[in-house]
Design a protein. Structure first.
Length: 391
């Protein structure tokens, strides 16, 4: 157990009146060394605190306390001090009566403590105390300089290591497959997403991609990289395991984020009207249509998407497509004469006919059509009567 520097709360009178240190002018009680002829104190005559350590007797260790008292009894006998006694609660001994190896200096706080078995052993005459003090301080200064040099070298080593680690991190970031790195090559960006980089950057400035609602723990990919990942998936149809390899994420995380983004895009972009007016159709109509089919408003066809075979036989029968010989979902697509997609229906079971999908999808809504508009479709769409009903 270390013996810490203590603060005296009352006067300690040890020795004769000739050897007793004078009362300090600090407005409080004296705090000085009890060794005869030693005038070291906690405060100087100007009431400024000194850097001298004062230690209490080890009252918690009876055996060590007895050794300390024996030392001071020996001083009493040698110096002829008859009334040298340890009577007060806060009898103090300054640091200059200990070997330097007995004192522990805390570098951060400057606090001084004693080793658990330290015993005062240095008792010089008065004229040598000041010289001993200076030597003691010099030794402490040298020790602090050595510690400071060591810490400087440690700090330099850590700075170099930190710089190397940062360079490695930056190098890995430059090789990552993400929006920031791929956007430096517009042709490569279009190859992966099917979209022009300029159009994405312009829309990004006016969109709220970064403010997309986030649930659960913080994702490893930012919102922009998640959006980029979804575009890559939709454009190329890569397997989720391949997408996970590109973005260094597990398959389950990829699946969850892509589904979230598809739902988000559906509710965000699904509200945007894509059905053009008659004037817009005429302005963008190719010359071949103007000559042969000038009244064309829309070209329609159904597309089927394979799906997993359900365990229920009833659902399996409902989804089965005789055309694809597999369970599918079927949807109706409409494009303008210029090739733009202008109508997308919901998905229906693969067993539903093309005509039924046209009727149920809202494609025949009268508000969408002008007089004498025509529709181009293959033979499977027997919808002449339905079109005549809407003029």
């Amino acid at each position: 157990m270390d013996i810490s520097v203590a603060v005296a709360e009352e006067d300690v009178y040890i020795g004769s009146s000739e050897t007793r240190p004078r009362q300090l002018e600090s407005g409080g009680r004296g705090q000085y060394c009890c060794v005869p002829m030693c005038k070291n104190a906690r405060y100087d005559k100007h009431k400024n605190k000194t850097n001298i350590g004062l230690f209490t007797f080890p009252k918690s260790n009876p055996q060590l306390l007895k050794k300390w008292i024996n030392v001071f009894n020996s001083i009493r006998r040698q110096g002829g001090v008859d009334n040298f006694n340890v009577k007060k609660k806060y009898t103090l001994v300054c640091e200059f009566h200990f070997n330097i190896s007995d004192i522990i200096l805390k570098p951060c706080s400057g606090r001084k403590t004693l080793h658990k078995d330290a015993i005062p052993s240095i008792f010089h005459p008065k004229e040598h105390v000041a010289c001993e003090n200076c030597q003691h301080l010099k030794e402490q200064l040298e020790q602090l300089k050595k510690e400071n040099d060591f810490l400087k070298n440690e700090n330099l080593t850590l700075t170099i290591m930190n710089s190397k680690i940062n360079k490695e991190i930056e190098s890995k970031k430059q090789n990552e497959f993400n929006y920031k790195n791929i956007s430096t090559e517009p042709k490569m960006f279009k190859s992966f997403t099917g979209l022009e980089l300029d159009s994405i950057e312009k829309k990004q400035k006016h969109s709220n991609i970064e403010s997309m609602p986030k649930k659960g723990p913080k994702p490893k990919l930012c919102a922009l990289d998640q959006f980029f990942m979804t575009l890559v998936y939709l454009k190329n149809g890569f397997a989720l395991s391949h997408i996970g390899w590109l973005f260094k994420l597990p398959k389950s995380t990829i699946s969850r984020q892509i589904i979230s983004w598809i739902n988000y895009l559906y509710f965000t972009l699904g509200r945007i009207p894509i059905w053009p007016s008659r004037e817009q159709i005429d302005l963008t109509m190719p010359e071949c249509f103007k000559i042969t089919y000038p009244s064309t408003r829309c070209i329609i066809d159904c597309t089927e998407l394979f799906c997993q075979i359900p365990s229920s036989l009833n659902i399996q029968s409902c989804l089965y497509s005789s055309y694809k010989s597999h369970v599918t979902y079927k949807g109706l697509l409409g494009i303008s004469p210029s090739g733009a997609i202008i109508f997308v229906s919901q998905l229906y079971p693969g067993s539903v006919s093309d005509k039924e999908i046209v009727i149920r999808s809202g494609f025949l809504n009268k508000d969408l059509w002008d007089k004498d508009d025509s529709v181009i479709a293959d033979r499977g769409f027997t919808i002449e009567e339905e079109l005549e009903n809407i003029n």
